[in-house]
Design a protein around this ligand. Sequence first.
Ligand code: 13P
Length: 285
Amino acid sequence: MLQTGPAGLKALTKAYDNGHALPGFVVYNLETVQGIVAAAEANPGRPVLIQAGSSPFKHAGREALMRLALDAAAASTASVGVHLDHSRDLDEITACLEAGYTSVMVDGSHLPFAENVALTRETVRRARDHGAWVEGELGALAGDEDVSVNASASTAAMTDPAQAAEFVAETGVDALAVAVGNVHGFTAEPVRLDLERLSGIRAEVPVPLVLHGASGLPAEQLRAALARGVAKVNVNAELRRAYLQAVGTALPAALPGSDAVALWSAGRDAVAEAASRVINQLTGA
Ligand code: 13P
């Protein structure tokens, strides 16, 4: 079922209170949505977020991907939220809120502080009318959302704890995405988070924190982040890689009979398996 209204926010705060995290899985197509819903159903009582967001809309089309995610969440026996990832566009945010998204991320991290505050505050105002919760972002991440480019965290601007507190107080966001050395996509060297900075942010900020760029993050770094107030973790590249590897392996057998369904099913099952692994990691199972 779709985590509408206060139930959606409760899934986040409950994870926060328990030292767990909600997984936010990025989707691009039917099979990634199906794989994530299958993983949620295989792990009862552990809510997940399908992130049918701004960048994948360019591939699938906004209306199509939005409907796909919302319908799959509503039809599922599991607790599934639908979240807009990395949006900079108030019209897009409003369209998703009106369609029934359970949460949105407004990404004003590229803007000067005051403009980020203004954009985020307006998003919070609009989201309240629809019972959705809002994730804001302060600080910038290295890397790319859709491909792994082997970026390094040193190119990014880290979140300042005092400024984060001011940002949350001025905007009213329900969750804050932070830059503490995390990187979108896989990296050549293992990522080491600035855990001291994360502890500092947690001490100053009264809302759950969000960690983007979890693919390839060493397990002990992830555990340390959860112990410091991270209650939502975004995963994309790990699912993409699982999907592509499975499709690549299944291709030689599928090609002679042009069995596309076998190929797509292999991708879907690989996403389900990878998502299940992440769900278990994030809920301490
Ligand atoms: P990864 O691709 O590193 O998992 O990051 C995903 C993400 O942060 C989406 O917003």
